[in-house]
Design a protein around this ligand. Sequence first.
Ligand SMILES: [Zn+2]
Length: 173
Amino acid sequence: MNCEETVRIYDGLSIPLGTLRFLKQADCQLAFLAMLTISGIKPASRWEKALDATLIDCLRRLGLHVSQVRRTVANGAQVTETLFSKSHAYVEVYVSRWDGMPLDKAPETVQLEGFLFGYPPCCVEEYITNPYTPNDIDPAQQARLFHWACKGCRITPLLLPVYGRLELILESL
Ligand SMILES: [Zn+2]
């Protein structure tokens, strides 16, 4: 029997408390991104740098599949990204498409990233044609999001309470 104390995210979804606390102390934003991914509101997430073995192990103990991806930038330098998801398949799609590839912002890249990272399709399409169009989202709430909400978005306002709830759980640790 596993006696480690857990924190309840939803009925039937509890994660190890000590591990989440450790992750929060290491990087609060990373812990929040992990919680959004564990809850499933984001199918997969990208942390735009490498993580050490301890933090990768933390993410795995929280129930996430983790993979590091090497990308190149315009000057030829290499950067490492860390991908994680509850689903092995989402990580596999990202790794097979982009491992070893240059960073790019082509429309089809933005569309696939939107699909993997759980961004509303309306926001993805507007971002491609008119990035950062002023929207109706409270700036403090916009700052918590990982996508730019489209003007008049009808999906993002429904996501915000979930973000708020997970944030409260994280703050309470
Ligand atoms: Zn939208």
